[in-house]
Ligand binder design. Structure first.
Ligand code: ADP
Length: 405
């Protein structure tokens, strides 16, 4: 009578699996093959020795290997060892002789999935053992995959948590530094007003005017700070609207440079425009691009010692990835430069690079938000922004914008 997998109560019949049978005895091999092919739809490949079996396992993709223990040369245990050594991921069934329980136990310990004692009924039960082994192996693989996924997900979660924690710390640092930034100009306004109110200085006289000028500069500084903060929170919430229109980049650069010229002249800095050789029209919000440029020029002024030079260059640029015609605008200064380590951080939110002389010169104080705002605005125009610099050798801040067609 032919025993089928269904008769044996196997729920899912293996289909089309490639099985390697390592067996030197042709009669046994014949019977094993016969029992498998009658009950299962698996394809059975043969190897007469351990060496041949390993060679086949290395070159072919087998779903299961059945190996006799007693073989000439390499025995079943050695084959199993080699399978492990070569990292061949395949379920292994050991065929042991009667009374060879020790071999069976050792084989299982070494990683065999199952064993079958070679007796009269072994050919009858082999198809069931194969099915069970494949089911267990697949369940184990599934479990491994699941565990790996859980591990990867919890690692990603842990990473996200760390990042949130870092952001939280930066936000706290930021609040504290912004509070300081507010305190100085506020104190200066209060003291100036007190001096006038107490009659220590007269607002109509030179000294009084100078003191009120200081208060005015401080109030202006506070306005810039508040505007930066409002812009930043609008950008973070995705609520900043860009009023895009076709605009001549030469005009935008000219407007930005004109507004910054008095500040540059105060420091005797040469501020020059290198205009494009052809007319370049961008599709952009001119006021926002002017904001980006004034921010970059203001930084260049802040970080360039007196008698230095700042060039604002606009030129056509063919972006290869993806192929788009753009304009490239660079703000190049001969200032203090930025170290390689800090260069990668300056665009990050809340990041402020500790400059050795930050804090001593009032004009060097900032919120550390300027460049993040510039980056967000440029991104909203489908452009890129980056910086190239070397400590002590000046910096170039570059951004690109797509051209209007
Ligand atoms: P901040 O308001 O502090 O200037 P930004 O975001 O505009 O903030 O700039 C971040 C940091 O990048 C600055 O603190 C400064 O250290 C560095 N940086 C920006 N522009 C320049 C520049 N042209 N030269 C040297 N350092 C610069």
């Amino acid at each position: 009578m032919t025993v089928t997998a269904v008769d044996l109560g196997i729920r899912k019949k293996p289909e089309g699996e490639k099985i390697l049978l390592i067996e030197d005895n042709p009669d046994h091999a014949y019977l094993v093959r016969k029992s498998i092919s009658e009950a299962l739809k698996s394809q059975v490949d043969m190897a007469g020795t351990g060496e041949e079996g390993i060679a086949k396992l290395k070159s072919g993709n087998y779903d299961l290997v059945i190996s006799d223990f007693n073989l000439p040369g390499m025995d079943g245990m050695e084959i199993l060892q080699m399978v492990k050594e070569f990292n061949i991921d395949v379920p292994f069934i050991m065929l042991t002789g009667q009374g060879d329980e020790k071999v069976a136990v050792s084989a299982m310990k070494l990683g065999a999935y199952n064993y079958v004692v070679k007796d009269d009924v072994c050919y009858t039960i082999l198809p069931r053992v194969i099915s069970e082994t494949l089911t267990k192996y697949r369940a184990d693989k599934e479990k491994e995959r699941f565990e790996r996924e859980i591990r990867e997900k919890s690692e990603a979660l842990e990473k996200a948590n760390q990042e949130l924690k870092k952001l939280d710390e930066l936000k706290s640092e930021f609040i504290s530094s912004v509070s300081h930034e507010f305190r100085n100009p506020l104190n200066s306004i209060r003291e100036s007003v007190e001096l006038v109110l107490d009659g220590v200085v007269n607002a109509n006289e030179e000294k009084g005017r100078r003191i009120l000028e200081i208060a005015k500069t401080s109030a202006e500084r506070l306005t810039i700070l508040v505007n930066d903060l409002l812009d930043f929170s609008k950008l973070e919430a995705g609520k900043m609207k860009m009023e895009k229109e076709p605009a001549d980049i030469k005009r935008i650069v000219q407007d930005a440079v004109d507004s910054m010229r008095p500040l540059a002249e105060k420091k005797r800095l040469k501020l020059e425009i290198v205009p494009p050789t052809e007319k370049i029209v961008v599709f952009a919000d001119p006021l926002r691009i002017i904001q980006v440029l004034t921010n970059l020029i203001s930084n260049a002024i802040k970080f360039t010692p007196e008698d230095g030079r700042i060039d604002v260059i606009a030129e056509p640029f063919d972006d290869p990835k993806p192929p788009v015609q753009k304009v490239k605008v660079s703000v190049k200064d001969t200032g203090i430069g930025i170290s390689l380590e800090n260069l990668s951080r300056i665009f990050e939110r809340f990041e402020q690079v500790k400059q050795p002389h930050r804090g001593k010169t009032p004009e060097l104080q900032g919120t550390g938000l300027g460049l993040s705002i510039c980056q967000e605005i440029v991104k909203l125009h489908q452009g890129n922004i980056w910086a190239e610099s070397e400590l002590g050798k000046g910096s170039t801040f570059i951004f690109t914008l797509p051209r209007y067609r």
